[in-house]
Design a protein around this ligand. Structure first.
Ligand SMILES: [Zn+2]
Length: 432
């Protein structure tokens, strides 16, 4: 798969094929993922497994999972990130394979005798792995089993110069997905969150450097290795960019020239260039001046969800994107104005909902109400403010009197907060 970045955000594409999903520079997808509650993911996968195999002895129970069992597990991915709409099946395979291997590693390790002896042969592995899938359909389950058997072998019998894949013990379902969420949250907090203590005065590149010093890897282990392809025109388009064509008779035969053919030696001087080609070049320059141009194509080959997330954060760093957690919904949002505390998400995102208020519509009031609950002197002050204000309308108090009362009340509130005036006395004074 390819991730293609441009000035609007990025798209996630099949190689040579259509775009699966697009993300704007609001970064909604990644922020939704970071705010998703994954706490019951491990037990859902463990529950699925334990119906099919005994988690201690690894013997099959005889239970055959149904398609519903399988896709109930898959439905965990609903709404956590657009990536899963296209890659959900792969991610589910990977969660199953990873957890199965971790169980095997755990069972191969005798903690009493400190002996490590992998005991599972390929035949047993294949049969047991395949039993984790529903019987019909899933024609690729043998391939999947082979793939994860290979990983398993790498872990138990690594080549000398190969680092074994990492397995977290005790086994946890969806361990990788949970750790992705944690790693990416950490990167964003360290580098992009405007409210992170200690780091506020630094620029984003400076913060990235602080992050790097703290999270130093071993010398030959970069934080990310990925293939990037760069093109000056759309590498997936099969059309010529210019309709230019010129025929010439050379030795009695007709030869066709394209714009590239005619301008091939342009960098060596223009005197031998055909005038029609120079005219075409000029018209290309004109159209670019008018805004008809494409950016440099930067595409990354990606093979995992983590790569997608990492590259998105990397581009946020390049773009100097500052983020903040919304005070109402708690999700990150991109901040353009540092004074903004609330995001513009709908408080009720249900499509059928008629409520189109956003966090910034309701947030400040809710925040004030919450503060009132936590701040008792403020709560009493607020109540008294309302009764005194009402006295203006009923004629019991003049505006001037109210103004003086308000001033004194505010001063007394600050004194109570600073513990220089008794709260009980303040309450009595407010009731006057
Ligand atoms: Zn919000």
């Amino acid at each position: 798969m390819l991730m293609k970045f441009n000035r609007y955000g990025y798209s996630y594409n099949d190689v040579d094929g259509p775009s699966f999903f697009e993300e704007s520079k609001d970064h909604e997808g990644i922020f939704t993922f970071l705010a998703s509650d994954l706490t019951d993911f491990p037990q859902k996968l463990e529950g699925y497994f334990s119906k099919i195999i005994d988690l201690t002895t690894l013997k099959l129970t005889g239970y055959i999972p149904s398609h519903d069992d399988f896709w109930n597990l898959g439905s965990l991915f609903d709404d956590i990130h657009p990536y899963f709409e296209y890659m959900g099946r792969e991610e589910l395979d990977s969660a199953i394979g990873e957890y199965f291997n971790a169980l095997l590693i755990q069972n191969s390790y005798d903690t009493k005798k400190y002996i490590y002896s992998p005991i599972y042969d390929e035949g047993w592995y294949m049969d047991t792995f395949i039993a984790l899938y529903p019987e019909d359909g899933f024609n690729d389950k043998t391939e999947t089993a082979k793939k994860y058997y290979k990983f398993y072998q790498q872990i138990v019998k690594p080549d000398d110069d190969d680092d074994p894949p990492y397995v977290e013990l005790p086994p946890t379902g969806f361990h990788s997905l949970l750790s992705y969420q944690d790693h990416i949250s950490s990167m964003i907090y360290w580098i992009l969150d405007v409210n992170t203590p200690y780091l506020k005065e630094l620029s984003i590149p400076e913060r990235a450097s602080v992050y790097g010093r703290v999270h130093a890897t071993m010398s030959d282990h970069p934080h990310m290795v990925v293939v990037k392809q760069i093109s000056f025109s759309d590498p997936h388009s099969r059309y010529y960019r210019s309709g230019y064509k010129r025929s010439e008779i050379v030795d009695g035969e007709e030869v066709q020239w394209t714009i590239l053919g005619d301008l091939y030696d342009f960098h060596k001087g223009t005197e031998h260039i055909h005038p029609e080609a120079l005219e075409e070049l000029q018209s290309i320059v004109e159209s670019v001046k008018q805004g008809y141009f494409e950016e440099i194509y930067e595409e990354y080959e990606v093979n995992s969800f983590y790569e997608v997330l990492f590259l998105e954060v990397y581009h946020m760093i390049l773009d100097r994107t500052l983020v903040k957690k919304c005070r109402n919904c708690g999700k990150y949002f991109v901040v353009k104005n540092l004074n903004v505390e609330y995001c513009s998400r709908l408080i009720d995102p249900d499509e059928e909902s008629l409520d189109n208020r956003t966090c910034s519509d309701v947030g400040p009031k809710r925040f004030y109400m919450k503060k009132l609950e936590e701040d008792l002197p403020l709560k009493f002050y607020d109540r008294a403010y309302k009764t005194h204000y009402a006295r203006i309308n009923s004629g019991k108090m003049t505006k001037q009197e109210f103004f003086l009362w308000h001033k004194e009340a505010k001063e007394k509130l600050e004194m109570v907060r600073a513990n220089t005036y008794d709260f009980e006395e303040f309450k009595i004074w407010l009731k006057k």
